[in-house]
Ligand binder design. Structure first.
Ligand code: PAF
Length: 289
């Protein structure tokens, strides 16, 4: 496994991959890797000859009072995990390499970036869109691998890749969970034992709402109430949003007739945690590709 830090090195390696006819899959990450990331890497291995992982804590996707400075960074340990998974290339650039000056290019998503997570993090998806475009442009992967836990991110990256004509196939991997259902996240590391116990209510609540739809509930507002009541039943969880929305437009669903996204975000102590499930009235489709 090689660790690259510059764009020039990436371009050289990419040329070698292309000359050798190797298909490249990229797993973009911000590091501090856990089992969820490793699942993405394993999926990448299934669909490509050369697996690249980027590790870059992207400043443009953090708001001014968010945890950019304190976001956990453990490159050495991450590199060991990735070497063990048989990753070919790690791209771990400095901030200056990606942003030699403050960027003036902005990626917008016509308001979709202001829904759900964008309500509390209004600039987040512009930053994600920018850095993912940069990574797609520098590495030119044949496949980009993302986790379903970040459902809104997946939706926006699909649109980005499609509308900017990046020749990349976006592959989505189901959310990896702890044994009590909590979605794996680097931010789980901030939780105290009590907060960690409380956090299991998040997925339990989403499942309750999903079960209601599968049992025949068609009123979006009723489903939303189940989500809100479930989250509020645990006093350590502070609700940020709980929504039952159309999977493409992210608009609130009034009458459920097709697939909906049940999505929640909560604050637990110092962490902000999100989770979601996609449901169709007759069948559950969590993490479809
Ligand atoms: O999902 C993440 O970890 C980040 O948003 C991503 C896609 C690596 C961009 O920084």
């Amino acid at each position: 496994m090689e660790i690259l830090t510059t764009i020039a090195q990436c371009r050289d390696h990419r040329l070698s991959d292309r000359a050798a006819g190797r298909r490249v899959a990229l797993v973009p990450t911000m590091g501090f890797l856990h089992e969820g990331h490793l699942e993405l890497v394993r999926r990448a291995r299934e669909v490509a000859d050369s697996v690249w992982v980027s590790i870059f804590v992207n400043p443009t996707q953090f708001g001014p009072h968010e945890d950019f400075e304190s976001y956990p960074r453990e490159l050495k340990k991450d590199a060991e995990l990735l070497a063990h998974e048989g990753v070919d290339i790690v791209f771990a650039p400095t901030t200056e390499e990606i942003y030699p000056r403050d960027p003036i290019v902005q990626i917008g998503f016509s308001g979709l970036e202001r829904k759900l997570c964008g309500t509390d993090r209004p600039t987040h998806f512009a930053g994600v869109g920018l850095v993912v475009s940069q990574l797609f442009n520098v590495i030119q992967p044949d496949r980009g691998i993302f986790g379903q836990k970040d459902a809104q991110q997946v939706l926006l990256i699909r649109r980005l890749a499609n509308e900017l004509h990046f020749p990349v196939e976006i592959i989505v991997v189901p959310t990896v969970r702890e044994s009590d259902g909590l979605a794996m996240s680097s931010r789980n590391a901030y939780l105290t034992p009590q907060e960690r116990t409380a956090a299991s209510t998040i997925y339990a609540t989403v499942c309750k709402a999903r079960d209601a739809i599968e049992a025949g509930e068609v009123c979006g507002e009723a489903v939303r109430r189940i989500l809100i009541t479930g989250i509020r039943s645990e006093e350590l969880l502070e609700l940020q949003y709980a929504e039952c929305v159309d999977v493409e437009t992210l608009e609130r669903t009034e009458m459920i007739s097709g697939s909906v996204l049940l999505a929640v975000a909560v604050r637990v102590g110092k962490s902000r945690l999100i989770d979601n499930v996609t449901v169709t009235p007759s069948a559950t489709a969590e993490g479809t590709t």
